[in-house]
Structures are given as structure tokens and as C-alpha cells.
Design a protein around this ligand. Sequence first.
Ligand SMILES: C[S@@+](CC[C@H](N)C(=O)[O-])C[C@H]1O[C@@H](n2cnc3c(N)ncnc32)[C@H](O)[C@@H]1O
Length: 294
Amino acid sequence: MHASNVQRKASCFWRFQQSGGSRAIRSAGCLTAERGKGALPVMSRTKLTVGSTQSAANVAIPYDARISVVWKRPSQMIQPSSFYSMWDAVARFAQEIRASDFMAEMIRRRDAYGSEGVMGALDCATLYGLTRWLQPAVVVESGGFIGMSSAFILKALADEQLAAAKLYSVELSEDCQQGALIPEELRASFVPMRGRIEDFLKRDQLPQSIDMFVHDSSHSYRHMLWEFRQFWPRLRDGGLLMSHDVQMNSAFPEFIASTYAHDKKTGRRDAQRTSHYEWGRWGYIGFAVKKANH
Ligand SMILES: C[S@@+](CC[C@H](N)C(=O)[O-])C[C@H]1O[C@@H](n2cnc3c(N)ncnc32)[C@H](O)[C@@H]1O
């Protein structure tokens, strides 16, 4: 999905939240058309009128429940599933790369080099899937090391034909051969940066506006939270924050919790003030799609 598509999705999503009843059809139709399906069949339109939320999710909501969804205030409506299709797309891309010759070749390279400290195959596949889904132009990665994760980001950029995209990959250690595992044909988009990510930020040597940030450097609670807080403001609307090894401590869930806003009286999620569209965890990868609140 191109950056503009994400924004389009986001704005459809917002319009849906602002709308009720019949106006919901227009917004949900926009989401469906955006997925390339064109006009909705008559049956779907009817279903959408009474229970717009189930169309993308393909979940059959009982008729009575659907009615009650429609007549609640927009803020109380069940979330429309504009980002639901993301899960399917990422799973498909991940499955594709796991079965590929590229994966076999990367595992061969990794085993020849030594697998200590590099990202595992499942997480590399998730990283690949998320990158293909987003189609970013500017990616920053902390903890590039010998380049297992970098190779999968670069492969996703290549498979989406994003020749102008760049991966800025920061690695502290002088002792490792940074990016050694990356196949030659993927190196055009690779920008290796040697040093501490803290110093690159201090010297303002990283892009101000980015589409995707991947954390895989020091997994201390303090450092993880620090990186999330540093790079989240640099992400554009619809941009993606990703972190490896989120199981190590509570930094990722705590950061995600800080992006939520709730209605003081009801305690319900306030979708307008909440600053993510979607978040989740797959294996040891955590991710959040940023929503910029204007
Ligand atoms: C788990 S490894 C990264 C593995 C890599 N992503 C891969 O899949 O091949 C973590 C790396 O982060 C680097 N690192 C730790 N703290 C850092 C910092 N403050 N700035 C930049 N790199 C850092 C370490 O030197 C180490 O090589």
C-alpha cells in the first residue's frame, strides 16, 4: 500500500467514525473500492447499512446486535475494520517469503556466518510482510548488525519495486561486519550508519520524517521506551513503528498504552484522540500504525 493509500484509508476510517447510519455506506464503500473490489454487491450494501463493521472482518454479527450498533452514537459504535485486512495481507506476504528460495538462501548465509544475535525466520517473515504492506519510502532501523533483518526489509522494498526507498540502518558495534548477510542485488537501498543511535539523533543525522521505524538494538526497558518515544513523533500518519523482542520487558505494551485515550466518564476508547489505528504482536515482533492527531 502506498503512503497515499494509507492516508486515504485513514481518512475513510475517520469519516466512518464521524458518520452514522446511511452515511456509513459511503465510507465503507470507499474502503472496499480502495481494496480494488469496486462497487459492493446489493446484499453487502444492505448488510452494511445495519452493521457496517462486519463487512471487512467477515464476521457474522447477529441481526439484533447489528441494529444496536447502528443506532448508537458514532463514538460508541464498534470500530470499523479498515485495518482488519492488514492482518490477512501481512500473513499472506509472510507465508510467501517463508516458502521462498530467498528465505532458504538467507538461512544458509546466516548459518554459515553464525546465527547468534540475528532475527529468527518467523520474525523476519513478519518484518517482510509488514514492510510490503506499508510500502515505505524511508525506513530507519536500529541494531542493523550483520543484516538479517535489513535483508528482509530490503527484499520487501525490492518486491514492491520501491527503487527510490531507503533503509537507514544504524549499528553501534565496530566489531561486526555490518550488513554482511545482505545479498548484493539488494544493496542499492541500504544506507549503513555506524555508531550509537543516540548520537545520530543528537547530531540530527537521521531523517525527520519517516514511514517506518524498526527497533532491534539494546533491549533494555529504558532504551526501548526511549527509542519508541524518539521515533514515534517522526512517523507520518499511517506510518509503522516496529520492535523486535517485545517479550523482553514491558516497554512495548507500556508505550502502546500511552497512545490510547479514553472517555473520562465511560472509560471507553476515544478513537479520535487515540494515536494509533492498529497495533499488535506477532511472534516477537510488536507493531503499531500511527495515527496523527491534528
Ligand atoms: C539483536 S542485534 C540486531 C540483529 C539484527 N537486527 C539482525 O537481524 O541481524 C542488536 C544490535 O544492536 C546494536 N546496538 C546496541 N545498542 C545500540 C545503540 N545504542 N545504537 C546502535 N546500535 C546498537 C548491537 O551492537 C547489536 O549488534
